[in-house]
Design a protein around this ligand. Structure first.
Ligand code: WTA
Length: 658
């Protein structure tokens, strides 16, 4: 069993919070869903597909698993995802419903209705066609978190051009790798965005990304947001607002096959190369909308829902764009950081827009805890009736604080486990049904079969820990890794043949609840962002002064995990460092280098310069020992080290601050 899986055994939390009878009576999710899914899983999903999605042509077969692990869901069905997110609501006569209350960081507001979105996506779709885009072409989106970013994604979906959104915090280098891997013909970006109280440029990053070598990118569309000075490449660059204005205002959405690629989203795996996770249309939309309805309990007529994730992550894709818009929900979308211009910004937004459902990450909750309850207590949060958590394990203390301080001690809290790969929520309490257990994601949703298994793939007994797996295909599952079918098979389906290996450790408690402990591979989770140790290591060794690097994740009170790097300098750099005594400067230089290579989310919290790294006789770095150092623990077993004295050197160097 993995080390992390064993760690969870210390977590014991017995409190239980059943839903209030009033909440349960009005809730979308009911016990009946579990019963029906239990009777006939595929019939259950067929029912959800027809309930939540409008099909241009009904499907003939629910699941084709003959080419496993490449699934085909709702075979023969045809639909348009953008039509489902926008047009259908206008046709149903609710076009004047607000789709987004946009809140810009500097304080600007814009209410965008479904009818407004309808105008925007039609013009944008035509603008893309005018630029030569056709179904099957790919588009990279590198944008601020605004309704225009949503419109850009939906315009791509409308014409069948899979989008690949790259989080606005990624560097030029990271953006370029993703553009190249997906072969994007177009980049949609912004001049900049507002973050941490200041304009932050995006367009220059795109320019830098496209500057060198041959690129597949033919055009760049630029949304105007900050109006800052930017460079311009004539013929390649076009203003979004001008292109939309020049475009035909009407566009008939085309029906695409249920398995038509909807998007590719890159995420970190165990190697340095990010994986392009591929999602297709019908199954993805079905599970995103279904879970958003029954887990977040959205009542589109009355709720104001706010998912705080950026559209650059899968949470923004499924629970800002495709899920809630398919349901016709009213949402808040916020551009900036939670402490701008003050630490009560989130609560001010909740108060002002009477947010009823809030979906955020444990790292944010722990930050709010650290800032103190007196901040949220200054605001009226009584509109909130449901709280959700996603992205990393939530510790019971943070869960209780969230419910007590933000939820007034009343609201259900749903701790939702899922991944970029799963596309939608997989394990979570259902708020009107499940008695919630703080810190546990609890049970698979109706229609999903997840288990905790041991090394041999056998289900563990209650009270034991093991690996989290999914034993049956599910509608929103990834359809593969872009351009790398073998990596898809090897990475997810070979550890236990025929079943999906999630890469997370988990424990099953005495009551049958699932507790996710975190990654058991070399993937780190920093503030809910996935990064691989190899990615950060290769960024470090690309610096001229670094000979070797080893990266580990150390547990961190606020960010869940923090990146801790051990580096060996090249000989000339060591001599130079000694002469000018640039220890702190060098560390700052290396941190900035990582930010330049990947993005600031990957900056190591700590960098320790060491003379040697602990290796086994076969040359494998023993990260376990480095984690012990990083977490200031007594060292574990060192007997397999090639040279056991290395650890003394490292520990001594750290103690002396070198
Ligand atoms: C972790 C984010 C515990 C987990 C939607 C998973 C969680 C990885 C939870 C996926 C949760 C996500 N409890 N751990 N409720 N939700 N994780 O792809 O390690 O960015 O494998 O998707 O986050 O991260 P990703």
């Amino acid at each position: 069993m993995s080390e992390q899986a064993a760690d969870t055994a210390v977590l014991v939390e017995e409190r239980s919070f059943p839903p209030s009878p009033e909440f349960a009576a009005a809730a979308n999710g009911t016990q009946d869903l579990f019963d029906r899914a239990g009777e006939d899983r595929l019939a259950f999903w067929a029912e959800q597909a027809r309930r939540y999605v409008k099909w241009d042509k009904d499907f003939e077969e629910v699941l084709d698993w003959s080419d496993a692990p490449f699934a085909k869901w709702f075979v023969g069905g045809k639909l348009n995802a953008c039509y489902n997110a926008v047009d259908r609501h206008v046709e149903a006569g609710i076009g004047d419903r607000v789709a987004f209350h946009f809140v810009g960081e500097p304080g600007d507001h814009e209410a965008v209705t479904y009818a407004d979105m309808h105008v925007r996506v039609q013009r944008a779709a035509n603008a893309l066609i005018d630029l030569g885009l056709r179904a099957g072409d790919t588009v990279a989106i590198y944008m601020p978190n605004t309704p225009d970013a949503v419109a850009a994604m939906l315009a791509c979906a409308r014409i069948g051009a899979p989008h690949s959104v790259v989080f606005g915090g990624f560097s030029a280098e990271a953006l370029r790798t993703r553009i190249d891997d997906v072969g994007a013909k177009l980049v949609i970006t912004g001049d900049g965005l507002y973050r941490k109280g200041a304009p932050y440029a995006l367009k220059p990053v795109v320019d830098e990304a496209l500057a060198s070598g041959e690129t597949t990118v033919e055009n760049v569309l630029v949304v105007q947001r900050t109006k800052q000075e930017i460079g311009w490449v004539e013929g390649r660059d076009h203003w979004w607002h001008e292109a939309l204005e020049a475009a035909d205002p009407t566009h008939e959405p085309e029906a695409f096959d249920s398995e038509h690629p909807l998007y590719i989203l890159y995420t970190s795996g165990t190697t340095g190369k990010p994986k392009g996770i591929l999602h297709t249309t019908g199954g993805y939309l079905t599970q995103a909308a279904f879970t958003n309805h029954v887990v977040h309990d959205i009542h589109p007529e009355t709720d104001v829902y706010w998912c705080t994730a950026d559209i650059g992550w899968v949470t923004g894709h499924s629970y800002t764009v495709y899920g809630p818009m398919t349901l016709g929900a009213t949402q808040v979308i916020y551009e900036g950081t939670p402490d701008q211009p003050h630490k009560g910004r989130f609560w001010e937004i909740v108060q002002e827009h009477k947010v009823t459902i809030l979906y955020t990450a444990p790292t944010a909750i722990r930050t709010f805890m650290k800032w103190g309850r007196d901040i949220p207590e200054q605001f009226d949060l009584s509109s909130l009736r449901l709280l959700g958590s996603v992205g990393e394990p939530i510790n019971p203390e943070a869960w209780i604080w969230y419910r007590d301080v933000i939820g007034g001690g009343q609201t259900p809290v749903v701790d939702t486990w899922w991944q970029t790969e799963t596309g939608a929520i997989m394990i979570t309490p259902i708020p009107g049904v499940t008695a919630a257990r703080p810190g546990s994601a609890q049970h698979p949703i109706p229609g999903v079969s997840a288990l905790v298994v041991d090394d041999e793939g056998r289900p563990v007994e209650r009270g034991s820990a093991g690996y989290l797996v999914v034993t049956e295909p599910w509608p929103s599952m990834l359809r593969g890794i872009w351009g790398d079918p073998q990596r898809f098979k090897d990475g997810y389906w070979s550890r236990f043949p025929g079943i999906y290996f999630a890469g997370d450790g988990a424990r099953l408690d005495e009551d049958g609840n699932i507790w996710i402990s975190g990654r058991i591979d070399d993937v780190m989770n920093v503030s809910g962002h996935r990064l691989s140790t190899a990615e950060v290591e290769s960024a470090l060794v690309s610096h001229a002064k670094v000979a070797e690097a080893a990266v580990v994740a150390a547990s961190d009170e606020v960010t869940g995990q923090a990146i801790c790097a051990f580096v060996i300098l090249r000989q000339d750099a060591v001599e130079e460092a000694d002469e000018v005594g640039e220890g702190a400067e060098l560390v700052a230089e290396l941190r900035n280098h990582v930010a330049h290579e990947i993005g600031s989310i990957a900056k190591p919290k700590k960098i320790m310069v060491v003379a040697e790294l602990p290796k086994t006789r076969s040359g494998k770095i023993m990260r376990r020992l480095l984690r012990d150092v990083a977490e200031h623990r007594e060292l574990g077993d060192v007997t397999t080290l090639a040279d056991a004295s290395v650890m003394n050197l490292i520990s001594a160097g750290i103690a002396s601050g070198k």
